[in-house]
Design a protein. Structure first.
Ligand SMILES: [Zn+2]
Length: 320
């Protein structure tokens, strides 16, 4: 169920201009304007959803949203009819338990936490229970109008004041941003002292989402991305079984270009390889599987200390 976040009462006081980070004000019901007289940027509000994009810096344009152009290739993929009737190649073995821990840590630090979800237009895998928690306010941002989108923003320029969130979530997001380090820096900025971050990011996965897919991370690469955070936990949520199933599907897809044929191949791959993901129940906590994970998570706490490169390599968890 969507939490009742009111734009004027709850959001506006903490919103900032995505370009210059100055305070913003409503102009009528349909616009938000930057209060900095040297900036004076204005941003549309569409059906109560503000569109706060730093246009010169972003791959998205405000016009994409005012014209309701579909910016969400991934949403389309997830909603595809095949997905409703067939077994999938994917499975996430950790997110539900990890979100429960995220909530536990959050409530140990503050009684009414505020959490920003990046890529929260639709409910993330395993996130349902956390979203229903009565004491936590979730603000769900995305680059598309999903059923839960509270505001449209680009994670490269998060339009909120400094240190306003107790937690930030980015599940399957950081591969879809052009500059992940800058996005994590923004997440760091909007977090309170000791604020929590939870991220899930692919390692061994093929390109998904077409033009909106840029980067993959090893476990150490992902840890380095969050170098300004202390680690609470990290590991794999999608294992080598899923990675193999995806590889098989994309290997088969490499032979065909026609859209209809690609649909048929996806169907064939799902029916013949869905079972591979079940091996991940055996492999998800094994060192020997770490370097072949399909996806990795990081749960951490904002820190004053930056993880050095030398300390980083001590954290290697695979089996050489
Ligand atoms: Zn501004």
């Amino acid at each position: 169920m969507k939490k009742n976040i009111q734009l004027k009462k709850d959001l506006l006081p903490i919103l900032r201009c995505p370009i210059c980070k100055s305070k913003v004000a409503m102009v009528g019901e349909d616009y938000i304007k930057c209060s900095n007289y040297e900036c004076t940027a204005s941003f549309p509000v569409i059906n109560d959803v503000p569109v706060l994009i730093n246009e010169p810096e972003s791959i998205f344009r405000i016009q994409d949203f005012t014209l309701k152009k579909d910016t969400y290739v991934l949403g389309e993929l997830r909603a595809h009819w095949l997905g409703k009737f067939l077994p999938t190649l994917s499975q996430n073995l950790k997110s539900k338990a990890n979100y429960a821990r995220f909530v536990e840590h959050l409530l140990a630090q503050t009684s009414n936490p505020k959490v920003l979800i990046i890529g929260g237009g639709i409910v993330g895998i395993g996130l349902n229970n956390a979203l229903d928690h009565p004491d936590i306010t979730f603000i769900e941002s995305d680059v598309a109008f999903g059923p839960r989108t509270t505001l449209i923003c680009d994670a490269h320029d998060i339009p909120f004041e400094d240190m306003v969130f107790d937690g930030v979530i980015a599940q399957a997001v950081l591969e879809h941003v052009v500059d992940p380090a800058r996005c994590v820096q923004e997440m760091f900025r909007v977090l309170t002292k000791q604020g929590l971050v939870y991220a899930e990011t692919p390692f061994m996965q093929q390109v998904h989402g077409g033009i909106y897919d840029f980067t993959r991370f090893t476990h150490l690469g992902h840890r380095h991305l969050f170098k300004q955070f202390d680690e609470i936990d990290s590991g794999m949520q999608n294992g080598p079984g899923m990675a193999l199933a995806w590889s098989y599907e994309y290997f088969l897809l490499s032979f065909v270009e026609a859209p209809f044929m690609r649909k048929l191949v996806r169907l064939f791959a799902r029916l013949t390889a869905f079972w591979l993901k079940y091996f991940d129940y055996l492999l998800v906590d094994k060192r020997s599987a770490f370097d072949a994970a399909s996806g990795l998570y990081f749960l951490g706490r904002k820190s004053d200390h930056i993880l050095s490169h030398r300390d980083l390599i001590r954290l290697y968890r695979g089996a050489l």
